[in-house]
Design a protein around this ligand. Sequence first.
Ligand SMILES: Cc1cc2nc3c(=O)[nH]c(=O)nc-3n(C[C@H](O)[C@H](O)[C@H](O)COP(=O)(O)OP(=O)(O)OC[C@H]3O[C@@H](n4cnc5c(N)ncnc54)[C@H](O)[C@@H]3O)c2cc1C
Length: 428
Amino acid sequence: MGSVGVEVEESGEAVAVREEARAWFEANWDPELSIGEWWKLLAASGWGLPTWPREWYGRGLPSHLARVVGDEAKAVGTAPAPTGVSIMLACPTIVAHGTDEQKRRFVPPAVHGEQMWCQLFSEPGAGSDLASLQTRAVRDGDEWVVDGQKVWTSGAQYSEWGILIARTDPDVPKHKGITFFVIDMHQPGVEVRPIVEMSGGKTFNEVFLTEARVPNANVIGEVNGGWAVTMTTLANERQSLGAQSSNFMGGGRLFDKADLSVSAGEYAKPAGGELGGLGALLGGGAGQVLAMAAQMTGKAGDAITRQNLMRLLSLVEINRYTGLRVTAATSRGLAPGPEVSTGKLAASQLVREARDALMALFGGPAMLAGTDAPFGGMLQMLTLMSPAVSIAGGTDQIQRNIIGERVLGLPAEPRVDKDVAFKDTLVN
Ligand SMILES: Cc1cc2nc3c(=O)[nH]c(=O)nc-3n(C[C@H](O)[C@H](O)[C@H](O)COP(=O)(O)OP(=O)(O)OC[C@H]3O[C@@H](n4cnc5c(N)ncnc54)[C@H](O)[C@@H]3O)c2cc1C
């Protein structure tokens, strides 16, 4: 089933999943429930997070079948599962590497939308070269004491928990002395300072850690084995932010703290209004959004507009079908392969092209903010946010490096510090 009339034959497995999911959504969706009640029901069914293992709120489906489930949820008009760092990054990592006790402690409140998480990875001197991080954690009895600075931490100001990577052994090469922790954000040693973005919003923050405490029970994976755990988080991030993702379907709700008493029906309405925000564009709706805009501006017959529309639509469809094949071939439940970087790159291109086409349609007014501007100011917001897609979760250049080295098997970049103790390397 294609989003704009492209028909591809579905496997028997896909048809069976489609029918079962549709039946469940039709029988259980009730817009009168509170969003908190709906999320509990959805979590128990496994249909909200279909790629997750059955014992942890999922159905163990590969990505291409999860997409089928997403189509059915959309067709019935249900509210999406909770999203954000908790669902996209923290829980998949904990499910893959944590102990059963850690899974029982952290996963249920996240899938019920009760707790928010943030990702404390990037530092002023460590972004693309994340393994150069300098935040350190030192063991003190049953706890670790953490000192350092993180930056670009989205949603830190609303979060209960953070996934944190810190240096625990500076005497070994940089990738080998890192440990992955879960840190309580509500403690005196954690200071969150919001950063004002060019859009005027304050999504991300600087986070200063000064003798912050983490119990040893919150180490995920092995001490000094945190890089392997981090790889799982980053692969899930690339998949979540990619053009094939359904995580953006909720449209712009990534870092919102949900009010669990709001009706599920209210929550089912797409955030970002008519335009649908980044969610609609990345969720495969770019062609439809542009077609609507062409009608609104009376330019649907204009040759250049039609050319732009066709290019965008072709891009959406190519991504949808080639992307699904890629993830079908390589994704193993919560351990996506390096090929998901193709979807992340495609998302960057999609958003840039959609932005440019929409700006060309509306001209000067597209630059305006405020409710009387085109799409209630969302177009201007989308334009200001568009560069984020090429940076967050690893820049376009880094995705190309991953594809070159780990998918195509091309020679790796020179790494002069590979065998040098971190304390002897030159860091920024
Ligand atoms: C909207 C948004 C939200 C974010 N949220 C979070 C968050 O919640 N938590 C978090 O930890 N981080 C977050 N980040 C940070 C993000 O992960 C980093 O910005 C990103 O990894 C790039 O790192 P950097 O900014 O330090 O750039 P740098 O690494 O300094 O890169 C600068 C430039 O050099 C290029 N470059 C660097 N190395 C190479 C190379 N080897 N080959 C080719 N080119 C290279 C890059 O592509 C880039 O163009 C967020 C970023 C954005 C934009």
